[in-house]
Design a protein around this ligand. Structure first.
Ligand SMILES: *Cc1c(COP(=O)(O)O)cnc(C)c1O
Length: 224
């Protein structure tokens, strides 16, 4: 029951108002089931095909979060069940989510993934591009998506000063976006930031959702 213990410890440590998304990528359904039996309901996956298969193997009250890059041609596989897409990084993708969601008459909650890490490899919209997207006004045509906040990944480093700065940058941009584009929308309220190695710094900076994999399920194989 190591997984149940890990979850219990995290719940004790993490403030009640911060949601824990258990990142179950690479883990088989029976392992995810252990976390489910310990009361965990929100799970994050980064690959559409894997997510699609696991969703069929686990109870229907699991809340599935997509946290990895989403290609437009894969949107149709997740719209029927997805709870929140954390990794939206273009108007093109939003438009496709809107199109597929409209067929099912659903409205899909999405976060804009913002590039805060200084590393070249990290994905997400640069702040300037995100502003352009919001200023363009095109979002208002998309009745089947709802932007409920922002997501960001800090640089993978031991430098806590840098990580803190990056999370604070996301928090500052969140404030700007809220004040400028969503002042009257209480649903715009999520800041998805923090992973196993940096969630404490993220919570200090105002995270409302931490995405925790290895601290719950143990180390994964490299590169996944
Ligand atoms: C894998 C992953 C996580 C979880 O990473 P851990 O270090 O195992 O907690 C969080 N967010 C994203 C986007 C990921 O791909």
């Amino acid at each position: 029951m190591i997984i149940a213990d890990n979850i219990k410890l995290l719940r004790k440590e993490i403030p009640q108002n911060v949601r824990i998304i258990a990142v179950s990528k690479t883990m088989p359904a029976e392992i995810i089931r252990q976390a489910y039996d310990a009361g965990q309901r929100a799970f994050g996956e980064n690959r559409v095909q894997e997510l699609y298969l696991k969703q069929q193997m686990l109870p229907p009250d699991v809340e599935w979060h997509l946290i990895g890059h989403l290609q437009t041609n894969k949107v149709k596989f997740v719209v029927s069940f997805i709870h929140l897409i954390h990794s939206v990084d273009s108007l093109k993708l939003l438009t496709e989510i809107n199109r597929e969601a409209s067929k099912l008459n659903r409205r899909i909650d999405c976060l804009l993934q913002i590039r805060i890490a200084r590393e070249e490899t990290k994905t997400g919209l640069p702040v300037e591009k995100a502003r352009q997207l919001l200023f363009s006004g095109e979002l208002s045509d998309l009745q089947h998506v709802r932007i409920t906040g922002l997501m960001g990944l800090a640089t993978f480093t031991d430098n806590t000063v840098q990580i803190r700065q990056e999370f604070q940058q996301l928090a500052a941009f969140f404030k700007e976006v809220k004040a400028t584009w969503f002042p009257d929308e209480p649903s715009f309220r999520e800041m998805s930031m923090g992973m196993s190695g940096d969630y404490k710094l993220a919570i200090e900076a105002g995270s409302t959702m931490v995405r925790i994999g290895s601290l719950i399920f143990g180390e994964r194989n490299l590169n996944q």
